[in-house]
Design a protein around this ligand. Structure first.
Ligand code: B12
Ligand code: SF4
Length: 455
């Protein structure tokens, strides 16, 4: 009997596609890897990943696409090709989950939320010819996930990714995580994560959790167990993660993270001024206090871990001077890699709803304009300046925070502060990648050929 074929597609945003990437930092399509792993063996599964390959029509019985908002226009374009051939298309991922009604106009089935609870039912309905328009399941207290089909990921990915927690109890107004994955911080059993880690061939691992430690005593203990488990099982990886600033509160967390292979942590700093934090509802950072940021970074460095500082530019409290001040803060700080994103109202967020109510969304020719929701463009009317002034100011700011000499200087600083080559290398490549994303189309981008020339 002929095996049915599931074709999974990872579409890429037009803007990102044109940027020369250094493949070390690209993150494989984990959601699709999980969907593939949930698919029974009597299905053949193929993955087309636009990160590395051009999409060409490939026959299938069923198509599954995953998309962030910035890639959803492309997802709809590909969907149209399959629907013309009468092949049903399922769309999942964050955008479809936030905008299911829109998505239903472009695909046959929308999966809202996580695939784990619905995929078997969906395939069963497909086989019976009774596919519904949407699938959605409540999530439980913990979560289990199968080992993703990493064999389907493109061999050029320089790292493996893995997820150990989902959800977030905070409610930052620009973020969709607490809406998408829920307000409860949910854990995957530590042993399940360790078993999966043992199967990973890559030396470099990215824990995609939005916050690897959480903020409760229980979640911090659980993170320690995870780090200890990595050490005890002799799993030798270098890893990068995202965490809240309380990552540096507990020396034991830092020590175990470092010993188990943590080399870089991304901290959502967002703003160096309390006013900006209040506006975004970034409660934890307010609790820590902007005056204590420097201490947090110093403590992390002490354990050989470099810091990616994620900042947002264009808040309602910002004006051109404060944007400049944010860049000066980044440059003068010990933060190793700069993330300087433009505030972007992602669908489903409080920020989106507020700007919509205030009539300040300017890129609303959907789905085409979703292409611009990648955080390097201005898609709303800023409060204290025009969109043009913000965009021009951002180009100046990007040129400052990723000034080529500064990138090399920061590398030496990170090396000195962390005394760890991997931590410094990752921070360096992080800056290179962000430079390319922000400026690569208007200035000479870094490529593997020119990286160490004319610095
Ligand atoms: C890792 C990560 C990245 C990685 C990889 C991105 C990727 N393509 O997956 C990198 C670092 C590259 C990245 C970059 C960006 N990111 Co990001 N990132 C994340 C993060 C932290 C985890 C994603 C992840 O791997 N989750 C684990 C997997 C298993 O979950 P999943 O993909 O959602 O899949 C599950 C379900 O969605 C569903 N599903 C997904 N696809 C499909 C398909 C089918 C057919 C089915 C049935 C089900 C299904 O089932 C899966 C299993 O349950 C999320 C936050 C989050 N919690 O989601 C932000 C997030 C996805 N990123 C976000 C943003 C804004 C960006 C950037 C635009 C920001 C920037 N400029 O830096 C860029 C955009 C890059 C681009 N190419 O355009 C936003 C997206 C919001 C939105 N509406 O699009 C998020 C949600 C964070 C936030 N604060 O809101 N990101
Ligand atoms: S930005 Fe971080 S802390 Fe805030 S809601 Fe999103 S995941 Fe939670």
């Amino acid at each position: 009997m002929r095996r049915k074929k599931l074709l999974l597609i990872n579409p890429i945003n037009a803007f990102t596609r044109e940027v020369p990437f250094l493949t070390e930092s690209l993150s494989p399509p984990l959601g699709l890897g999980i969907v593939a792993a949930l698919t029974p063996k009597d299905w053949e599964v193929q993955l087309i990943d636009e990160t590395f390959e051009d999409f060409v029509f490939t026959d299938a019985d069923l198509v599954g696409i995953s998309a962030l908002t910035s890639a959803v226009r492309r997802a709809y374009e590909i969907s149209a090709v399959y629907r013309k051939h009468g092949i049903p298309v399922v769309l999942g991922g964050i955008h479809a989950s936030m905008m299911p009604e829109e998505a239903m106009n472009y695909v046959d089935v929308v999966v809202i939320g996580e695939a784990e609870g619905v995929w078997h039912e969906l395939l069963h309905d497909f086989e019976q010819g009774t596919l519904k328009k949407t699938y959605q399941k409540e999530t439980g207290r913990m979560f289990h996930s199968p080992v993703p089909r990493r064999d389907l990921f493109h061999k050029n990915y320089g790292l493996a990714n893995i997820q150990t927690t989902r959800g977030c109890p905070f409610a930052c107004d620009f973020c969709s995580v607490h809406i998408f994955n829920g307000p409860a911080y949910r854990f995957r059993p530590v042993e399940e994560v360790l078993d999966e880690l043992e199967q990973i061939d890559h030396k470099r691992v990215f824990f995609v959790d939005d916050n690897i430690i959480g903020t409760s005593r229980f979640s911090i203990e659980r993170a320690k167990q995870l780090f200890q488990g990595i050490i005890d099982r002799g799993i030798e990886k270098d890893w990068v993660c995202q965490a809240s600033m309380n990552f540096a509160d507990d020396e034991e967390v830092l020590r175990l993270a470092s010993e188990s292979g943590c080399r870089t942590v991304l901290l959502g700093i967002e703003s160096e001024i309390t006013e900006g934090l209040k506006l975004t509802n970034k409660k934890l950072n307010m609790r820590i206090g902007t005056d204590h940021y420097a201490g947090v970074i110093t403590r992390i460095h002490k354990y050989g871990i470099s810091v990616i500082g994620a900042m947002i530019y264009g808040l309602d409290t910002d004006h051109p001077e404060s944007l400049r001040a944010r860049s000066e803060y980044l440059i003068g700080s010990e933060i190793d890699t700069h993330q300087a994103n433009i505030l972007t109202p992602l669908p489903g967020t409080e920020l989106y709803k507020r700007l919509q109510k205030e009539g300040r969304l300017t890129a609303t020719n959907y789905p085409d304009d979703w292409d611009r929701y990648h955080c390097f463009d201005v898609v709303f009317e800023p409060k204290n300046m025009s969109a043009e002034v913000l965009k021009t100011a951002m180009i100046e700011n990007w040129e400052k925070v990723w000034d080529k000499k500064l990138i090399y200087k920061k590398f030496l600083q990170t090396l000195k502060l962390t005394k760890n080559k991997t931590a410094a290398n990752w921070a360096f490549f992080g800056n290179i990648e962000r430079y390319n994303l922000a400026l690569g189309k208007i200035r000479e981008p870094f490529t593997s050929d020119n990286l160490f020339v004319n610095k």
